[in-house]
Ligand binder design. Structure first.
Ligand SMILES: NC(=O)c1ccc[n+]([C@@H]2O[C@H](COP(=O)([O-])OP(=O)(O)OC[C@H]3O[C@@H](n4cnc5c(N)ncnc54)[C@H](O)[C@@H]3O)[C@@H](O)[C@H]2O)c1
Ligand SMILES: [Zn+2]
Ligand SMILES: [Zn+2]
Length: 363
């Protein structure tokens, strides 16, 4: 079989690797039908995630078909089509029991393409299969559910739920990449009064409006705090979601919120940011951080089934799985290619470049 192997910073190759086999009775072997690339994979390739050892297959998002299950697996069987999530749950540790498998200490958590071989490959070994994959309803296509493997639950749980978005809120979202756009899409489930998207790239702000942002602010050319204060009669946003991962944007979020407001940090940070307690101590603010648990995935899947959520608008480019290297080049160069998410299909694809589906989210 073949997979996309990380060979140290800046180096990757689609190459022959050993066939997958069941190692634990709780494992399943899944044939990957559809996969995608995450911004985190680019962080790994830059060398920002040193836990990823050279020789590891990358990728933590896929839809596939079960080909074999270990002797202890009881809820899925060969032939089942499943969503393989970025988060694996041992289902038995303290954190899994408390609904936080992102923090799993029983061998799960974020392991694919991180601590074990990942999902940008022809086959994958999926540990704790019973508690970690989701059967895909027959009527839904791979592409309809693929983005539930990471960006949708991340944006919903770490942005919208941690941020406590309520009907009528003004929600400011800093960063309009896939995560920020998924935050716009899932914030709408709670009917905020106004969604403000803030980014330094006009092309991303245009996408934010397509996804449902009411107001967009380019913070490279405009004063975002001044604009948000103007829009909220000097109070500030109820919720600010940080979806970039640099100190400036975290600090900006803390300035954007009203007294009693909430900052939900989603971005992965590589540097220290300043927390201005000298201003914030008196303002009753709440600041949250987190890694996705992906426990909202079944609910999000029901919304897709019910026609209330359509994540296919994230798919901007399509490639054959064996062309994963070319897909990386396009995804890594988003400023030029306007890529949001690339779809990697094991089945032949009609065209390598298709415009984003012009389907608006139904919520
Ligand atoms: N917490 C989690 O579980 C989790 C999961 C997945 C991704 N993430 C993180 O979420 C963040 C966003 O992910 P993404 O895939 O959307 O990233 P992305 O790089 O595609 O998008 C980031 C956006 O931020 C914009 N930006 C950059 N600098 C800015 C600035 N100074 N002010 C305003 N906007 C700016 C860029 O133009 C871009 O549109 C990343 O840090 C990623 O690692 C976190
Ligand atoms: Zn990811
Ligand atoms: Zn666990």
């Amino acid at each position: 079989m073949k997979g996309l192997v990380y060979h140290g910073p800046g180096q990757r190759a689609w190459e022959v690797v050993p066939d997958r086999r069941i190692e634990q009775p709780t494992d399943a072997i899944v044939r990957i039908d559809t996969s995608t690339i995450c911004g985190t994979d680019l962080h790994i390739l830059k060398g920002d995630v040193p836990e990823v050892k050279p020789g590891t297959i990358l990728g933590h998002e896929a839809v596939g078909t079960v080909v074999e299950v270990g002797s202890a697996v009881t809820t899925i069987a060969a032939g089942d089509r499943v969503l393989v999530s970025c988060i694996t749950a041992c289902g038995r540790c303290r954190f899994c029991n408390e609904g936080h498998p992102g923090l799993c200490i029983g061998g799960g958590g974020w392991i694919f393409g991180h601590l074990i071989d990942g999902l940008q490959a022809e086959f994958a070994r999926v540990p704790f299969a019973d508690t970690s994959v989701h059967k895909v309803p027959e009527e839904l296509s791979d592409e309809q559910v693929l983005f539930l493997a990471d960006i949708l639950p991340t944006a919903f749980e770490i942005g919208v739920l941690n941020g406590g978005v309520q009907p009528g809120d003004t929600v400011a979202i800093v960063g309009a990449g896939p995560i920020g756009l998924a935050t716009i899409m899932t914030a709408k489930l709670f009917t905020p009064a106004r969604i403000i998207a803030i980014d330094i790239a006009d092309a991303r702000l245009a996408r934010a409006r397509e996804f449902g942002a009411d107001v967009t602010i380019n913070n490279a050319t405009e004063d975002p705090v001044g604009r948000v204060m103007e829009l909220t009669k000097g109070l500030g946003a109820d919720v600010a979601v940080e979806a970039v991962g640099v100190p400036e944007t975290f600090e900006l979020c803390a300035e954007l919120i009203r007294p009693g407001g909430r900052v939900a940090n989603v971005g992965v940070h590589g540097h220290a940011a300043t927390l201005h307690l000298e201003k914030l101590w008196i303002r009753d603010v709440t600041i949250t951080t987190g890694l996705v648990d992906a426990v909202s995935t079944p609910m999000l899947l029901r919304l897709i089934e019910g026609g209330r959520l359509d994540p296919t608008m994230f798919a901007t480019h399509r490639f054959a799985l064996e062309d994963t290297e070319a897909a990386y080049d396009v995804f890594a160069n988003a400023a030029e290619t306007q890529a949001l998410k690339v779809v990697l299909s094991a089945a032949p694809v009609a065209s390598q470049r298709q415009p984003a589906a012009a389907v608006a989210a139904a919520v």
